[in-house]
Design a protein around this ligand. Sequence first.
Ligand SMILES: *Cc1c(COP(=O)(O)O)cnc(C)c1O
Length: 372
Amino acid sequence: MHFDTLALRATHQPDPITGAVVPAIHLSTTFARNEANELPANYMYARPNNPTREALEKALALLEGGVAGLAFSSGQAATMTLFQALRPGDHVLLSADAYHGTPALLEQVFHPWGLTYTRVNMSDLDAVQSSLHENTRVVWCETPSNPMLTITDLLTVSQLAHEAGAICVCDNTWATPVLQRPLDFNCDVVMHSTTKYLSGHSDVLGGALVFRHDNEFTQRVRLLQGLSGAVPSPFDCWLVSRGIKTLGVRVRAQSVTAQAIAEFLDGHPAVEKVHYPGLSSHPDRAIIHQQMNGPGAMLSVQVKGGADEAIRFIGKLNLFTRATSLGGVESLIEHRVSVEGANSSTPSNLLRISVGLEHSEDLISDLAQALV
Ligand SMILES: *Cc1c(COP(=O)(O)O)cnc(C)c1O
């Protein structure tokens, strides 16, 4: 099946009793036993499992080509639960250019608990190789990365991880399964902030993990999900499932506009550099071609000058909302260092753009008037 058909089928279960085409939202936290004290549908209590979340989890597994999906109350809750499945003394290898919340969890929460971690440039395969230790349990990639849009060769990095006895996890939030399916490139786990493209309308916080194998590690993460309860509400699960129905059309349309914007900005006299996988100047074109179906709808631009010039530019925009986050139907722009803080290694003139569903000509005219 093509992705769009799969996304529709995976989230479509007409109710056998009522005939309702749109699935119900099951708010019940508890489930009744029959006279023989059995649970007829295996649901007991909503923290470990409930029908609305289970429907979303099955859909997530199908979309990513995995055998099991788990939904969480945020992307960070998904990441947190995965690291909780490790043990003191384990080592994590993390890409240098990763969503800032991932190293923050490792530093603030898991380092005091005895996990160690190293950050490495995942494009430098020799550096990846030499940073793998015998206690490395997880290699954590994010591609395209945030905010520099660097690309990790998933097939090679997952092979290096496996040779070292580690699993390879890919944060697939930016690419989405429309453009990239990491499990097809031998990654073991896919992580998502469903807050972004999967829900797609900037109105729900959520996260997900999808597993390639249903093994001991998967069972342990599932156990932790139910025990610790960083789970999404039934309504939030329903919203993400609804978002998935239009994921393909949204991401493809947003990518076409992002390509036009990247080409407009690239070579503009007020622009220093554009970071976008769809530009022929991107250093990782061969890998992009191998593992992605399109360049995506996220780009970063460095304007000439520093933070002042960057902030003055976005202050003049009318059609881009100055806000963090990404993946919604409305275009957003943000000065990334303002979000990441003083310790950030992101260039001070860098602006990150999440391209929405507005018409590309309107967005480009808005950028043009603000850049002069
Ligand atoms: C937003 C984001 C996260 C964190 O997800 P939350 O839903 O905000 O907890 C993780 N990774 C990437 C790439 C993100 O964009």
